[in-house]
Design a protein around this ligand. Structure first.
Ligand code: Z5A
Length: 219
C-alpha cells in the first residue's frame, strides 16, 4: 500500500463539512497530494442508490435496525468500490461522514446498542479505519440555521426535521466520541469564517499526517 491516508469529517447538521472538504482538497493539491473526495451515505454507484432509499424515507424513517443495516450495506459497497481501491493506489481519501455517524446517530442518540454496531463494523470496515477524524463542532442552533438557510423552501429529510434537543444531544455525542478516541479524533471549532476554519483544519492535518509522511519518505 502507498502513502495514502484516510480522513473522515464528522459533525452535526450544517457544521460545514462539505465546505471544508473543498478547501482541504485544494490545500492537499497545492502540496502535491492526490486525494479522492467522497461521502456517506453514498460515494459509490450502489451506495448512492441506498442513500436515496434512506433519506427519501422522510419523516417515516425505517426502524432503527433496518436503517443501520442499510447504512452498513452502503458502506460495504463504498469501501469495496471506492475507498479501498483508492487507498491501495496510494491516494488520500477524504470522506464526508463514515462509521462515526452511525455510532452517534444510530447508537449514541439512537436505539442501537454499541455491541451490535461493533459487530457490523468489524465485519464491514474491518481494518480500513480512518487515520484521522475531524469533528466539526458548532452549537446546534448555528448549524441548523445554516442548514435551513441553504435548504430554502425545499422539504427537510428525516434527520433535518428532528428537534433542537436532538441536535444538541448529537453535538454532545460527538464530543464524547472524540474524548474516547483521542488518537484518531480531533475536535475543530467550526464557528468563524470559512477561511479561519480551513486554516484550523490544515494545521491539524499537517501536524497529524503530513509530518508522519515526510518522516516515512525520508526514513
Ligand atoms: N447519517 C446517519 O444517521 N448514519 C450514518 O451512518 C450516516 C449518515 C453516514 C446525511 O445527510 C444524513 O444521514 C445525516 C446523518 C445521517 N443527517 N443529518 N442531519 P446529508 O449527507 O444530506 O447531510 P449532512 O452530512 O448532515 O451535511 P449538511 O447538512 O449538508 O452539512 P455540512 O456538509 O456539514 O455543511 P455545508 O454544506 O458545508 O454548509 C452548510 C451551509 O452553511 C452552506 O450553505 C454553507 O455555505 C454554509 N457555511 C459553511 N461554512 C460556513 C461558515 N464558516 N460560516 C457561515 N456559513 C457557512
Amino acid at each position: 500500500m502507498g502513502l495514502g491516508h484516510f480522513i473522515t469529517l464528522e459533525g452535526g447538521e450544517g457544521t460545514g463539512k462539505s465546505t471544508q472538504i473543498h478547501h482541504l482538497l485544494e490545500r492537499l493539491a497545492d502540496a502535491g497530494i492526490d486525494a479522492v473526495r467522497t461521502r456517506e451515505p453514498g460515494g459509490s454507484k450502489g451506495a448512492e442508490r441506498i442513500r436515496s432509499l434512506i433519506l427519501e424515507a422522510g419523516h417515516s424513517r425505517f426502524d432503527p435496525l433496518t436503517e443501520t443495516l442499510l447504512f452498513y450495506a452502503a458502506r460495504n459497497d463504498h469501501l469495496e468500490h471506492v475507498i479501498r481501491p483508492a487507498l491501495n493506489a496510494g491516494k488520500w481519501v477524504i470522506c464526508d461522514r463514515f462509521s462515526d455517524s452511525t455510532r452517534v446517530y444510530q447508537g449514541g442518540i439512537g436505539a442501537l446498542q454499541y455491541s451490535v454496531l461493533d459487530q457490523l463494523d468489524a465485519l464491514v470496515v474491518h481494518d480500513t479505519q480512518p487515520d484521522l477524524t475531524l469533528i466539526l463542532d458548532l452549537p446546534a442552533e448555528i448549524g441548523l440555521a445554516r442548514a435551513n438557510a441553504r435548504r430554502g423552501n425545499s422539504a427537510a429529510d428525516g434527520f433535518e426535521a428532528e428537534s433542537i434537543d436532538f441536535h444538541r444531544a448529537l453535538r454532545q455525542a460527538y464530543l464524547e466520541l472524540a474524548r474516547l478516541n483521542p488518537n484518531r479524533c480531533v475536535v475543530i471549532d467550526a464557528d468563524g469564517s470559512v477561511e479561519e476554519i480551513a486554516e484550523r483544519i490544515w494545521r491539524k492535518v499537517s501536524e497529524r499526517l503530513l509530518i508522519v509522511n515526510s518522516v516515512q519518505s525520508n526514513g
